[in-house]
Design a protein around this ligand. Structure first.
Ligand code: PNW
Length: 505
């Protein structure tokens, strides 16, 4: 039955007509799962003693910044959790990546502030239910929901020392209460987005920029610096006091596009593409995974805007790198990079690069999805896996990948469930992983689809739908989309080393 279902999905028409999914093999021990984040799905925003985060504040204080929408209820996962675990179990996932709302555990956030046992009980229940159906929990400690009181007390990430002390206390609380069952930890989700979108453009919480009381020239770099130091302190605490008995691993998740040169014949554009990736991945990856200063291209352009590491800090970062680490990669798309002819603007954060969807020959990087920035470009994904592997030599876990289908937000449920575009996107991106593994020798350990279900897409509100599961935000009814069954089947086939490959063609 599944094969027929599967074939009809793969052969159906879609706007990705020129692409063919080959259903290439993946290693037998490759793991797959789904991912979510607390604020995007939980709801229960003020339930059972939860404190206010910067997202509760951001979405309520100026609703126009989030399409007039907030996530007080969202998917109401807080009150539908057992059903959501059953859903995942029916998809056959190996792992589930979710984040813990800091303000559910410590409503005011700080190291002297009281712990809310009701919040701890919720995550204990979730973890127990996952374990009981053989799904391994993967926990993100910070997915963008800073306690509002820490933002108000000392500026949150802008105060490296205070933030680090409070983050380590929160992390230790999580390790000690959940670490007997949680064996994979992620400190921060996407420090790049936290820094640039939260403190340069201000389109995400806390919404700071030069135009709104901040300083876009310096604050993003201070925030990034704080995240690197807090990450090192938390991993150090884990390695010293928890890892010996709990035997888990811990790392960070970095996001970023791959960049192709706008004009392959232009040396300046080729250098721009590499520099753009230094500014994206090297910003965090070089200090954290190599124990080195920020990339030379960043120092050269940003000079004093970029904080300095002391020798002790770099040595601490190096020493705090835990064994059995991994590189957590969130990846969605590829762009063209074009060198700007003028010197950089004084608040440039890109490496003085223009980003484009079309190259000098007029060729588009790939078909556009339901969001304009997200185009389908699996070759760039394969190239990025190799780029990251060559630079850091760490096993890669793809911690997020997925897309909204074109027009999905205005379709009927019947149309939504038949999500051919997403099926093909997943198929092509999994083929790219296979090529990276078998053709390029990259170690990739797992793949977590974003997302388990449609959810609150930050400043875009409930418009874009990334889910394997449709959520009706009025009735809260969950309906699996075809892509959920496709992934289930595809992983079964691919992990058999392609034994069934021919039968699909
Ligand atoms: C990630 N970009 O964010 C986040 O981790 C998720 O919470 C989010 O829902 C998902 O991707 C889909 O957007 C990103 O503009 C947001 O390049 C924006 C970008 C990249 C990642």
């Amino acid at each position: 039955m599944f094969k027929a279902e599967h074939d009809s999905i793969l052969n159906s028409r879609s706007t990705l007509g020129d692409f063919k999914v080959q259903e290439l093999p993946l290693p037998p021990d490759f793991v797959w799962g789904t991912a979510t984040a607390a604020y995007q799905i939980e709801g229960g925003a003020f339930q059972d003693g939860k404190g206010k985060s910067i997202w509760d504040n951001f979405s309520h204080s100026v609703p126009s910044r989030t399409n007039g929408e907030h996530a007080d209820v969202a998917c109401d996962h807080y009150n539908h959790m057992p059903q959501d675990v059953d859903l995942m179990s029916s998809y056959g996932v190996d792992v589930y990546r979710f984040s813990i709302a800091w303000t559910r555990l410590i409503p005011l956030g700080g190291r002297e502030d009281p712990v809310n046992e009701t919040g701890i009980a919720f995550y204990n229940d979730l973890i127990d239910r996952l374990v009981s159906v053989n799904i391994k929990p993967v926990v993100t400690l910070y997915h963008w929901d800073l306690p509002q009181s820490l933002h108000e007390r000392y500026g949150g990430f802008l105060n490296s020392e205070e933030f680090q002390a409070d983050f380590v206390r929160f992390s230790r609380l999580c390790f000690s209460r959940f670490g007997d069952r949680v064996k994979k930890w992620i400190t921060f989700n996407e420090p790049y987005i936290i820094s640039v979108f939260g403190y340069h453009s201000g389109v995400l919480a806390p919404g700071r920029s030069t135009l709104s009381g901040g300083d876009s020239k310096t604050e993003p770099w201070r925030v990034g610096h704080s995240i690197i130091l807090a990450h090192a302190a938390a991993t150090h605490a884990y390695a010293l006091d928890f890892q010996p008995s709990q035997k888990g691993s811990i790392s960070i998740v970095l996001n970023g596009h791959y960049y192709e040169p706008y004009d392959t014949h232009s040396e300046a554009d080729r250098a721009a593409a590499q520099r753009r990736m230094d500014f994206y991945f090297g910003w965090f990856g070089d200090p954290i995974f190599l124990g080195k200063d920020y990339p030379p291209a960043m120092r050269a352009q940003l000079a004093d805007r970029l904080p300095q590491f002391t020798a002790e800090e770099l040595s601490f970062i190096r020493r705090s790198a835990p064994t059995n680490s991994f590189y957590g990669m969130n990846h969605y798309t590829t762009k063209y990079a074009r060198a700007l002819p003028e010197p950089p603007a004084d608040d440039d954060w890109t490496g003085n690069v223009e980003e484009l969807p079309t190259n000098s020959e007029g060729t588009e990087i790939g078909p556009v999805s339901g969001m304009s920035w997200l185009r389908v470009a699996p070759k760039g994904f394969q190239s990025l896996l190799k780029w990251v592997w060559d630079r850091y030599h760490l096993p890669i876990v793809v911690t997020e990948n997925g897309c909204p289908c074109p027009g999905e937000s205005t379709m009927s449920l019947e149309q939504v469930v038949n999500d051919e575009f997403r099926v093909k996107y997943f198929g092509l991106y999994l083929d790219a992983i296979s090529r990276a593994v078998y053709d390029d020798g990259v170690t990739v350990e797992g793949y977590y689809a974003w997302s388990l279900m449609d959810n609150y897409e930050w400043s875009a509100g409930y418009g874009p739908r990334f889910g394997l599961t449709h959520v009706d935000y009025t009735t809260l009814v969950r309906t699996p989309k075809n892509s959920a069954f496709y992934l289930k089947q595809s992983f079964q086939r691919r992990r058999k080393d392609g034994l069934d490959k021919e039968s699909l063609e």
